[in-house]
Design a protein around this ligand. Structure first.
Ligand code: ADP
Length: 733
């Protein structure tokens, strides 16, 4: 090849190489640029990532420090909690759902006296095992396995009842275990040794106090017995002495003896009752009783005082209210006697009105009874009203000082009513009058509907004469409830003026202003007017002594229970005038032959009491025999066959309870039941039960009251015996 060719070739090659170089350079440049761009992008990314990392790192740092703070707080709280738990004297432990101990404080562990095994991780069952095996607990005579079984059963219950265990050293620990939501159990072991010791001391002190109280109660019972027995003699003899011929001065002395004796007995009874209630010894004795009758009996008792003061006692018993309830008649009577007694005592003129209404409870045999006793007496000052139910509280002022009393009556009444689950209250205005009321809820025992079938068809319109509006209203309502018409007049003159053929009978008050009830009868008789008159009298005995008594149909006690009024109206017969129907008293007995006197046996060892008893009933037409002790009483029962027995309880040789048991045993072999009435000076609760349990039918406490004895005799007089007819018997209807 020529040189030129070679050169040309080389140049071409060089040019080609240069082109290639250029191309490569360009490529390199492009690659470089790309690289540069990439590098910049990368660097941007790195910057970005770095920033992000920093943020995350900062975040981490913050969280970490928060965590540390939280952790520190938890640690402090835990430390404090445990510190507190450790400081408390009582044991504290927590168990997990598997009953394994999670933690326990020192007090809890101290009981185990250094037993290393008792530490977190130990099971409850093992703990029970250890404390029985090591003698840490005193389980008495119980077998360890039994005790553990009981404890495990308790532990497993969803909410274990607290239990008390006794340790070997006499300490008492109360275990309170509480199961939480996750099954954990928090266990508290409280050391109650001091409390138990205190309780024991208290119990001992209470026993001592109760023993002292029992001693006091029986001392009171004995006192009351000891005082009542001779008082019976004093009061009874004074009563008898009063019936003998005495001049005025002697009468005054006798009355003073009797009144002082009775006042003393009231005080003894009050103090006795009060201490019984205080000692929570007073128990109610519910039995069916007639409330209306009970009220009238109390009224009858207070009637002489009211009469002497010229005060009317009125009773308005809701006509549609039943009268028989289940309650303690003795205690209800006591409250009524106190409230009514006060009303009569603190009233100088006007009247006392007892009002009884009732609300029948829905779907229940019970009735809520409201009894109010309203008087027109001296009243009670507003600032004193709040205190009078307190014990020994009396309104202290000039007016009040003229009245006697212990200041215990209302306190006792309030406690009795509260014991019956009731309420007692008073509204009063000084100088105007007072209204005491109580409400009790008692079970009803009868329907309360009056049987009017015995009334004559000829009886339509009745004239009612009474000075007091309220009494005319009461009588009028009672009469109208029987389906008759009643027209009221305030005095005899008005009545006389209005009297015409349309009236079938007159019910007149005895004590009327101007012309009284008996004078009215006399006047009608003189005028030839023939209309039957029923007299309502506060003193039926006196009315019967009056010659004009022959001119009237009958006398009924005032206030009059509606049944009694009904009986008197029914006795008017078939509309015939009194000539054909009277004398009532004589007519009724004719139908039954009555030959023999009633036989009464009185067992009483005390000669004075025998005398009192004999004299008390001397006016009665009866055959009376005495027995000096229980043995004689049983003998007399067989020989004499009494219709009624009065039985003293404490007698020598054989007491009244035993004698009654013997009599009841003889009766058991076939024979009629003879009513036996206990006469006793015992007045404590429990005596009554013992007496009635021995088979006695009734219970009368000494000193004996004529009216009580008479009412027993009247109640049990057999139909075939002669009327007992004493002049002065006022047995409640
Ligand atoms: P006592 O009547 O024996 O004094 P009470 O406890 O029965 O005791 O009565 C307390 C007091 O309440 C009476 O002393 C009297 O001051 C007052 N009191 C009670 N009832 C009435 C009443 N009906 N009218 C006025 N004051 C009364």
């Amino acid at each position: 090849m020529s040189l030129a060719n070679k050169l040309a070739q080389e140049r071409r090659q060089r040019l080609a190489a240069e082109r290639l170089l250029e191309q490569k350079q360009a490529e390199l440049f492009a690659a470089n640029r790309k690289l540069g761009l990439h590098a910049r992008k990368l660097s941007d990314e790195i910057v970005e990532t770095r920033a992000e990392v920093k943020t995350v790192r900062d975040e981490n740092q913050r969280v970490k420090s928060d965590l540390t703070v939280a952790h520190q707080k938890v640690e402090i709280a835990e430390r404090r909690l445990w510190h507190s738990i450790e400081t408390i004297q009582d044991g504290f432990a927590v168990f997990d759902v598997e009953s394994l101990m999670i933690a326990a404080n020192k007090s809890y562990l101290a009981v185990f006296d250094g037993l290393e095994e008792v530490a977190p991780g130990i099971s409850y069952v093992r703990i029970l095992q250890l404390i029985t095996e090591e003698g840490i607990i005193d389980i008495g005579d119980q077998a360890a396995a039994d005790w553990r079984a009981t404890m495990i059963e308790r532990w497993q219950s969803p909410s274990p009842d607290p239990t008390v265990i006794r340790l070997w050293n006499g300490q008492y620990i109360k275990l309170i275990d509480q199961r939480g939501h996750g099954g954990d159990v928090v266990s508290l072991a409280l050391n109650i040794t001091e409390t138990v010791r205190y309780e024991k001391e208290l119990k001992k002190a209470r026993e001592r106090a109760e023993a002292a109280n029992r001693a006091k109660s029986s001392f009171l019972a004995n006192m009351s017995h000891e005082i009542r027995t001779p008082m019976n003699g004093v009061v009874g003899m004074a009563e008898l002495l009063r019936d003998t011929t005495l001049d005025d001065e002697q009468k005054l002395y006798v009355d003073t003896i009797k009144n002082s004796g009775e006042a003393l007995l009231v005080i003894i009874n009050d103090v006795l009752d009060y201490s019984k209630i205080e000692a929570e010894k007073l128990v109610l004795h519910p039995e069916p009783f007639d409330l209306e009758r009970c009220i009238h009996e109390v009224v009858l008792l207070l009637q002489p005082v009211a009469r002497d003061k010229g005060i009317d006692i009125l009773v308005e018993y809701d006509l549609f209210l039943p009268t028989v309830f289940l309650g303690d008649p003795g205690r209800i009577r006591q409250v009524l006697t106190n409230l009514l007694g006060n009303a009569v005592k603190f009233t100088l003129e006007g009247h006392v009105l007892v009002r009884v209404v009732g609300i029948q409870q829905e779907n229940s045999p019970e009735t809520q009874l409201h009894v109010t006793i309203e008087d027109t007496g001296i009243g009670i000052a507003a600032d004193k009203v709040g205190h009078i139910f307190g014990e020994f509280n009396q309104v202290e002022n000039e007016r009040n000082r003229q009245f006697e009393g212990t200041g215990l009556g209302l306190a006792i009444s309030e406690k009795l009513i509260r014991l019956m689950g009731g309420e007692i209250w008073v509204d009063s205005e000084e100088g105007v009058g007072s209204c005491f009321g109580f409400k009790v809820t008692l079970e009803t025992r009868d329907t309360g509907t009056d049987d009017t079938t015995g009334l004559s068809h000829h009886l339509h319109k009745i004239m009612v004469i009474d000075e007091l509006d309220v009494n005319r209203l009461i009588l009028g309502k009672q009469i109208e409830a029987l389906g008759l018409k009643a027209v009221g007049f305030a005095n005899a003159a008005q009545a006389l003026e209005a009297l015409d053929q349309s009236f079938d009978a007159i019910v007149s008050d005895h004590n009327l202003p101007g012309m009284d009830g008996l004078e009215l009868a006399r006047k009608l008789h003189e005028d030839g007017v023939d209309v039957p008159i029923i007299l309502a009298s506060q003193n039926p005995g006196a009315a019967e002594q009056d010659p004009a008594f022959a001119l009237i149909q009958s006398v009924m006690p005032k206030p009059t229970p509606r049944r009694v009024l009904f009986r008197h109206l029914a006795a008017l017969g078939t509309g015939q005038r009194r000539e054909e129907t009277r004398p009532l008293a004589a007519q009724a007995p004719k139908s039954i032959p009555r030959s023999r006197p009633m036989r009464i046996l009185a067992a009483e060892d005390n000669k004075t009491n025998q005398l009192v008893f004999r004299k008390m009933i001397k006016a009665l037409d009866i055959d009376l025999k005495f027995a000096g002790n229980g043995i004689e009483a049983v003998q007399q029962y067989q020989d004499f066959a009494p219709d009624l027995v009065f039985m003293d309880i404490s007698m020598p040789k054989m007491d009244g309870k035993e004698a009654t048991e013997k009599i009841r045993a003889i009766e058991g072999q076939g024979g009629p039941h003879v009513p036996i009435v206990a006469l006793t000076a015992h007045a404590m609760d429990g005596d009554r039960e013992a007496v009635l349990a021995a088979g006695l039918d009734h219970y009368l406490t000494k000193p004996l009251r004529k009216v009580e004895i008479f009412s027993m005799i009247a109640r049990y007089r057999p139909d075939d015996t002669r009327e007992i007819v004493p002049q002065d018997v006022q047995t409640p209807a």
